[in-house]
Design a protein around this ligand. Structure first.
Ligand SMILES: [Mg+2]
Length: 203
């Protein structure tokens, strides 16, 4: 930015100060990218509430150990369950992952924190996801919310994510957030709750 401003002849004291502050921050602060679903948002809890209610069941997260949702449920239920993600109220009602607000707020004081969510999986979710983040994580600037597909584009030092596919594509240090589907994996360092995230990054 600064080079372009100078080259174009319109660098001012103000753009110079902003550029310097930005450079200083980048040098001082490491950048953490944090996934949304199953990491700060308890999407599984919301999904199970709907599924159990619709089909008269009482499944818990334990039932899904080592399996993704659609591998584990009755194949005849899959099409109806796919519709959940397209319901207007699905994302709005997702509970916050316990402890995540306090820890992300504290991380935000010491790191550049970004929320990076693979929203391309359900493009109609953009607005609902943004509103959910604004409501529950108002201290994260909208400029640090990233809706993406392939997370290899994310330039951060760390990525906290429950999805192995995203961690494998990421170029920084990947940290696996425990979810029922990934409990057996040993490929990445693991955190199982937000207090463990606090311990890892803030000691
Ligand atoms: Mg996720």
């Amino acid at each position: 930015m600064r080079e372009n401003a100078a080259k174009n002849g319109f660098e001012t004291a103000q753009t110079r100060i902003i550029a310097n502050e930005r450079d200083d921050n980048l040098e001082l602060m490491k950048r953490i990218a944090i996934d949304m679903d199953e990491v700060v948002a308890d999407t599984m809890r919301r999904y199970l509430d709907l599924y159990n209610s619709d089909f008269g069941l009482n499944l818990t997260a334990e039932y899904f150990r080592g399996r993704h949702i659609f591998e584990a449920i009755d194949p005849e239920h899959v099409s109806k369950c796919m519709e959940y993600f397209h319901r207007a109220d699905f994302f709005a009602e997702i509970p916050v992952m316990p402890g995540s607000q306090d820890v992300v707020r504290d991380l935000n004081e010491h790191y550049e924190v970004f929320i990076t969510t693979a929203a391309m999986d359900v493009p109609c979710s953009f607005t609902a996801k943004f509103e959910w983040l604004e409501k529950h994580f108002p201290f994260i600037s909208p400029s640090r919310i990233v809706f993406c597909g392939d997370k290899s584009i994310i330039a951060a030092d760390y990525l906290i994510d429950d999805n192995l596919r995203h961690l494998r594509n990421f170029r920084g240090k990947g940290i696996l957030y425990t979810a029922p589907h990934n409990v057996s994996d040993t490929e990445f360092p693991r955190v199982s709750n937000w207090e463990e995230v606090r311990e890892m990054f803030l000691g």
